[in-house]
Design a protein around this ligand. Structure first.
Ligand code: NAG
Ligand code: NAG
Ligand code: NAG
Length: 128
């Protein structure tokens, strides 16, 4: 091998190492938006009952940007941000017990699980 080729190769390897070491910085903190598995379509909750909201934690990245979860109720797609039914729990738990709040009975409710961003459950019913 010629000196010039060696120099080029060394330069290339140094440049490659720089790129490779820069990549993990970009991907160190991962957005994790687990899908809600309960309540599902067809679920009926009664006001005042306690239920476990559950979600799938499979595929959770090692470094999650925001591990602290929050669950709000949504009606007709409108989230009731001000009155979370659960908050300050680890998103890695996979379930959290909630009490069904005293809301207008209807069939267009969903729970929204927040970690990094919000994930809606399917629409379900809340009864009196
Ligand atoms: C997770 O974060 C820690 C500390 O910030 C870091 O040492 C580790 O390499 C990261 N792991 C991954 C897989 O990003
Ligand atoms: C929620 O899940 C926990 C753990 O599995 C269980 O102990 C608890 O009874 C459940 N709550 C309800 C309301 O089903
Ligand atoms: C959230 O939970 C942590 C650990 O259980 C606790 O130390 C902290 O005070 C809680 N924060 C709020 C706002 O409830």
């Amino acid at each position: 091998m010629t000196t010039s080729f060696m120099n080029t190769l060394v330069f290339f390897l140094v440049a490659l190492a720089a790129v490779v070491s820069a990549v993990p910085v970009l991907f160190l903190r991962d957005v994790f938006v687990p899908p809600v598995t309960y309540p599902h379509a067809g679920t009926v909750w009664k006001i005042g009952q306690r239920h476990n909201v559950t979600w799938d934690t499979a595929g959770a990245p090692v470094n999650i940007t925001n591990k602290i979860g929050r669950i709000v109720l949504a009606k007709g797609g409108i989230e009731d941000i001000d009155n979370p039914i659960a908050s300050n729990f680890s998103i890695l738990l996979g379930r959290i017990e909630v009490t069904v709040p005293n809301v207008t009975p209807d069939s267009d409710y969903a729970v929204v699980l927040f970690g990094d961003s919000g994930n809606f459950s399917p629409t379900f019913t809340i009864e009196n």
